[in-house]
Design a protein around this ligand. Structure first.
Ligand SMILES: [Zn+2]
Length: 468
């Protein structure tokens, strides 16, 4: 166990262009270089600011690490490793396609109930959660992992093992998060550590793709008194992701009169209208900083080679780390659809009842957001990793369940469930999970939760988060 003191802990934070989007696997963020180094600028990197945890947070962690019950909790999680892996496999083998999380949700609800949480319930959209009560003089923390996967219902979700690794769709994303969370709950229950704030533990629906964060959106609309949030996603126990990449997704269609390519020549074409729009969209030059992006990801339309197309549809994805930049991009891009239709109608001098029109539907809305690099939840997550002897690091912006609370001003981070997950979301390369040292994931989340909620008893620890 690393016993460095944070007042002396100085770690270079290396700026990075890496951008983790969605709940992709891997390290969960940017490498922060050699943690032992105190002189930034080595390795050819530009000088970077040093990240130093405040004395308040380092002091809290000195006390926490000195508590025998905390040691017991960490030991329990380490001994719990095999059981947690077994649960990860069992959970992963329950299909949980987008919008079809019910079976896995029911199973998870049972597991949370068996762990003795209070008031375990399933809400109107399918989130399942229960609460572990504190003494009532601390903040309320919500810790969750997501129930859904990206894989359609017909996918074979059986898990196989080879060379110590687990293979299966969703085994890392987010069956690992769900299993790691159960191990954290067990550490709390076995040690009977009394926190000051309540901790809600659960699984959310709708994190992936067109699920559009409907689980956390519902949770935070129904639970206004939650002060902090941790989402457990694939990744090691070192990274802290605290910035939210926002996205807006649209399906834009161009219905028109259509007709025969020869007999009806002279009518406007839905495909040509959309093509004009795409040509204009392709010329947009969004800012590199804050990173802002767009793509026309899917196009569909037409009926046959000898027809004037009477329908055409495209799906557009826009992303940014900055809400204003995202809004500006959207305000620039969306009118290009109507302009494409207008130009096509004018080209053929189309009559009022024979024009291409435009229908725009918002199909995805994940809010962007930022928070202070030195907010207590970021520092606590960082300090908890360092206390485990790990090279703590701040990760690149990402898109996950934490987007929603971050956009609401509620402190939130994405932390890794431990181990190594690769090929997440892949339909061609099999997703795999390496459980080596995976217990470090739940250990770090256990420590982070203790700091945020505070500890009651003869050596009390003040909560690092404030109640709202
Ligand atoms: Zn995920």
């Amino acid at each position: 166990m690393n016993r460095r003191r944070f007042s002396k802990l100085v770690i270079p934070l290396v700026a990075t262009s890496l951008l983790a989007i969605g709940c992709t696997g891997g390290s969960g963020g940017a490498r922060a270089g050699n943690p032992a180094a105190t002189s930034p600028g080595q390795d050819g990197q530009a000088p970077a600011p040093d990240y130093v945890v405040s004395t308040q947070v380092s002091g809290a962690y000195q006390t926490i690490m000195g508590l025998p019950l905390v040691r017991q909790g960490l030991d329990h999680i380490q001994r719990d490793h095999e059981r947690t892996i077994d649960e990860q496999i069992a959970i992963s083998e329950i299909p949980a396609a987008p919008f079809q999380e019910d079976r896995r949700g029911a199973d998870y609800l049972r597991r949370l109930t068996e762990l003795g949480l209070d008031n375990v319930r399933r809400d109107s959209v399918g989130n399942v959660y229960g609460v572990r009560r504190g003494t009532g003089d601390g903040p309320t923390i919500f810790i969750s992992a997501h129930l859904d996967t990206v894989f359609p219902p017909e996918t074979d979700v059986s898990v196989t093992q080879k060379d110590g690794k687990l293979y299966g769709p969703g085994v890392g994303d987010d069956a690992r998060g769900l299993a790691a969370l159960l191990s954290v709950v067990r550490a709390f229950q076995e040690t009977a550590i009394q926190t000051r704030g309540d901790i809600i533990f659960g699984g959310t629906v709708g994190e992936e793709g067109l699920g559009d964060l409907r689980g956390v959106k519902t949770f935070f609309s129904e639970n206004k008194d939650v002060d902090g949030f941790i989402t457990i996603e694939p990744g090691d126990a070192e990274g802290v992701t605290y910035q939210a990449t926002g996205s807006r997704r649209y399906e834009i269609s161009f219905p028109g009169p259509g007709g025969h390519s020869f007999g009806d020549f002279g009518r406007p074409s839905s495909i040509s209208a959309m093509g004009r729009a795409i040509a204009a969209i392709s010329e947009i030059r969004p800012p590199a900083d804050p990173k802002t992006t767009f793509t026309v990801g899917v196009v569909k339309g037409g009926t046959s080679v000898n027809s004037i197309a009477g329908d055409a549809t495209m799906q557009v994805d826009m992303r940014s780390n900055d809400p204003d930049a995202l809004k500006k991009l959207e305000e620039q891009l969306l009118p290009m659809a109507q302009a494409g239709a207008d130009t096509e109608n004018a080209r053929w001098n189309a009559p009022a009842d024979g024009r291409i029109t435009v229908k725009t539907e918002l199909v995805g809305d994940r809010p962007a957001g930022d928070q202070d690099l030195h907010s207590p939840i970021v520092e606590a997550s960082y300090a908890a990793a360092a206390e485990l002897g790990l090279p703590a690091k701040l990760g690149a912006p990402s898109s996950n369940d934490a987007n929603l609370p971050i956009s609401l001003g509620i402190p939130a981070v994405r932390l890794g469930g431990g181990g190594q997950a690769e090929n997440t979301h892949s339909f061609t390369d099999e997703e795999w999970f390496d459980p080596k040292d995976a217990h470090l994931g739940p250990q770090r989340i256990f420590l982070t939760a203790l700091g945020l909620a505070g500890v009651s008893g003869p050596e009390p620890v003040s909560p690092l988060l404030l109640s709202r």
